[in-house]
Design a protein around this ligand. Structure first.
Ligand code: UD1
Length: 365
C-alpha cells in the first residue's frame, strides 16, 4: 500500500496555500494527512482560517508554539521526524517560507521522502530576512520545486537547479482568493469597523525589519500620521507588532494616528472582504502583494525589496521602503490618481491546485 501524502501547515500564510490542495486531493480520494506544526496557535492566527477555508481540524498537531528560530525549527524537526517514521508518507508537501517549511523539508531530505515545495524559487536577495534563508535551504533540498511565476524558474536555474526539478504551477494562494471572494461578501467587517467601502486603506505590518527596529517603526508611524489625515486606515494588528509597540512605548502614538481603526488579526473572509473594498493597501507582507495584484487594488510595499517582482512589473504593487517622505508621497499619489491598475499574471488563474494534484498523482503512482 502506498503511504499517505502529508500536507504541512505551520503559520498563518500557509493555510490559504494548503486549503485548495487539500480539497483537490480529497476530491481525488488520495490518502492524505493534514499536519499542523502549531507555529501559529492563537485562534485568530490559526483556527479561524481552518473554519473560513473549510478545512477540517488537522489530523496531526505538533504544538510547537513560539520561540527563537533555532528552537522552532529544531522542535518541528524532532516531532516531524517521528511522524514520518510512524506514517511512512509517500510524499510531503510544504508551502511558503516559514520556519515550519524549512524544518519539514530538512527531515524529508534525510529520511529520503520525496518533498514538493509549493511557492519555490522566490528570492528577495536579502539574507537579513529569515524567510530568505528558509527559501534558499528548502529549494536546495526539496525534490520538486513548484513555482508561481517565471522569475522563480529563473532564480532556481541561476542557482544551478536542474530543469527536471522545476515545475511552474502558478499561484495557489490565488485559488483560495477566487474560491472565497464571493463568500466574503457576506462578511460584516465593514459594519463592525464602521468603515465605508472604497473609502479606506488597509495596513498590515509585522516584518522584523519594520517592527523590531524602533527607528523604522517610528518612520512608518510618522507617514501614517500624515496619510491618516486624508483617509481612514484599517490596521489589523499582528501579535509581533502589538508586542513591539508596547515594548517601544509606541502603543499610544499608534492609537492616536488620525482616522486609524486598530483591530485584532482578522479572519480570512473578513480580511479578503476588507482588501477588496480598500482604496489602497499598505503592507510588508508577501501574500498581500499578490492578493492586491489579483484584486486590482494598488499596493504600497513597505520594504526595500520583494521576492514577488511580478506584482511590480505586471500587478498593482509599488516598493516604497520605510522612509517617511517616500511613503507619504506614494500614498498621496495613489489617492490623487487611483494608482496602478495592473493585470493578473499568467497562471494566477484559480486552477493551480489542479496542476499540483496532477503532479502529486504522478509522483506517488
Ligand atoms: C511568521 C513567519 C513569517 C510570516 C508570519 C505571518 C517565520 C520565520 N516567519 O512570522 O514568514 O509572514 O509568520 O504571521 O516563520 N504569536 C502569538 N500568537 C500566535 C503566533 C505567534 O502571539 O499564534 C507571537 C509569538 O509569541 C511571537 C510573535 O507573535 O512573539 C511572532 O511569531 P513567530 O511565529 O515567531 O513569527 P511571525 O512574526 O508571526
Amino acid at each position: 500500500m502506498i503511504g499517505p501524502v502529508i500536507l504541512v501547515v505551520g503559520a498563518r500564510p500557509n493555510f490559504m496555500k494548503i486549503a485548495p490542495i487539500y480539497a483537490e486531493l480529497e476530491k481525488r480520494k488520495i490518502n492524505q494527512i493534514l499536519l499542523h506544526t502549531g507555529q501559529h496557535y492563537d485562534d485568530n492566527m490559526s483556527k479561524i482560517f481552518f473554519d473560513d477555508l473549510g478545512m477540517p481540524q488537522p489530523d496531526i498537531y505538533l504544538g510547537i508554539g513560539s520561540g527563537s528560530h533555532a528552537y522552532q525549527t529544531a522542535k518541528v524537526m524532532v516531532e516531524f521526524e517521528k511522524v514520518c517514521q510512524e506514517h511512512k508518507p509517500s510524499m510531503v508537501v510544504v508551502v511558503g517560507d516559514v520556519n515550519s517549511t524549512v524544518a519539514c523539508s530538512m527531515v524529508c531530505a534525510k529520511e529520503r521522502i520525496p518533498c514538493a515545495h509549493v511557492e519555490a524559487g522566490l528570492r528577495s536577495f536579502d539574507r537579513d530576512m529569515p524567510e530568505e534563508i528558509n527559501r534558499l535551504v528548502t529549494d536546495a533540498i526539496a525534490d520538486y520545486l513548484l513555482t508561481p511565476s517565471p522569475d522563480g524558474d529563473d532564480n532556481l536555474r541561476n542557482e544551478g537547479v536542474s530543469e527536471n526539478r522545476i515545475v511552474r504551477v502558478g499561484n495557489v494562494m490565488i485559488d483560495s482568493l477566487f474560491n472565497n471572494i464571493d463568500k466574503s461578501k457576506t462578511s460584516l467587517i465593514h459594519q463592525d469597523l464602521n468603515v465605508t467601502i472604497g473609502e479606506y486603506g488597509v495596513l498590515t505590518l509585522h516584518r522584523p525589519s519594520n517592527v523590531d527596529d524602533k527607528t523604522a517603526f517610528i518612520q512608518i508611524i510618522s507617514a501614517l500620521e500624515k496619510i491618516g489625515e486624508r483617509i481612514t486606515i484599517v490596521f489589523p494588528l499582528h501579535p509581533r507588532t502589538k508586542n513591539r509597540a508596547e515594548e517601544f512605548g509606541l502603543t499610544e502614538r499608534l492609537e492616536q494616528i488620525p482616522n486609524i481603526v486598530i483591530t485584532g488579526p482578522a479572519g480570512y473572509l473578513d480580511f479578503i472582504s476588507l482588501m477588496a473594498g480598500a482604496k489602497l493597501i499598505l503592507t510588508d507582507s508577501g501574500g498581500l502583494q499578490e492578493e492586491s495584484t489579483a484584486l486590482g487594488i494598488p499596493c504600497l510595499t513597505l520594504r526595500e525589496n520583494t521576492e514577488r517582482p511580478v506584482t511590480v512589473t505586471e500587478g498593482t504593487n509599488t516598493i516604497v521602503g520605510n522612509n517617511t517622505e517616500v511613503i507619504i508621497n506614494a500614498a498621496m499619489d495613489v489617492l490623487d490618481t487611483g494608482g496602478k491598475s495592473g493585470r493578473i499574471p499568467e497562471l494566477w488563474d484559480g486552477k493551480t491546485a489542479l496542476r499540483i494534484a496532477d503532479l502529486i498523482e504522478r509522483i506517488i503512482e
